[in-house]
Structure formats: C-alpha cells, structure tokens
Design a protein around this ligand. Sequence first.
Ligand SMILES: [Ca+2]
Ligand SMILES: [Ca+2]
Length: 135
Amino acid sequence: MSQNGQQFSGKASSCPPHRITSYTFSTQPYSAHLPAVMTDLEKCMESLIVIFHRYADEDGDGRTLTKKELKKLVEKELPTFLKTQQNPKTVDLILKDLDQNKDDKLDFEEFLPLVVGLSLACDKCYMLHQKKGKK
Ligand SMILES: [Ca+2]
Ligand SMILES: [Ca+2]
C-alpha cells in the first residue's frame, strides 16, 4: 500500500470545494489498529477500496482507473446497472461525467460519486418496495 497521510493531505488541498473538507481524515487509525470485528459499514468501506484497487492496479498504477479498467469494473461489479443502460457508450459517459481533472482516468475520489449515485438510486427503490410491502 502506498497510502500515507502526506499523500492524502497533498491531495486534499487540490480538492474542489464541494468535496468534504470539514473533517480531518487520517489513514492512521485504520492501518494502525484494524479492529478485530468490523462493523457492516466499515466492511462496506473496505470493500469499496479493495474493489477499486483490484481493477485500478491492473496497469501498475493503482491510484487511478483507466477507461479500460473502469469498463472491466462496471462489467464485473455492476452488471445489473449495465444491463439497465441501453447505451453502449455508458462507460465513456461515466468517465466523462466523473473525471474532474480531465486526465481520462478516475481516481478514488472521482470514482466514489458513481457508487454514491447508484446507492441513492437503490435507496429509492428500497423505499418504494417498502411502501408497497406495507399496503
Ligand atoms: Ca490503473
Ligand atoms: Ca481524473
């Protein structure tokens, strides 16, 4: 792992203003004392990171997803989402949409809105489903 506090703080300063800056994030607690039992949410966060790097590491640069890596990630990890998209250029559109610094790659911060957006959509379905169930 090449993650360290210094790298993170260097990156944070270049963050667009809409990103979270009001908290102090440190990579220390998680790498220093991994809890014996992780909560569900912690497991989700870990999964996100692990999955991102599983695909991002393929070209030797684990910090970013190239279009090829992103395509593979979406195909393998989000097949249902991909099926609902009729557009064969879906991956191009995702990349164009999320690539804030226009380097044709997605770093982890740029990748997260995809997961957040899909989670929001899923939550709406979940709520609808629950409402239907109650009736
Ligand atoms: Ca990569
Ligand atoms: Ca980028």
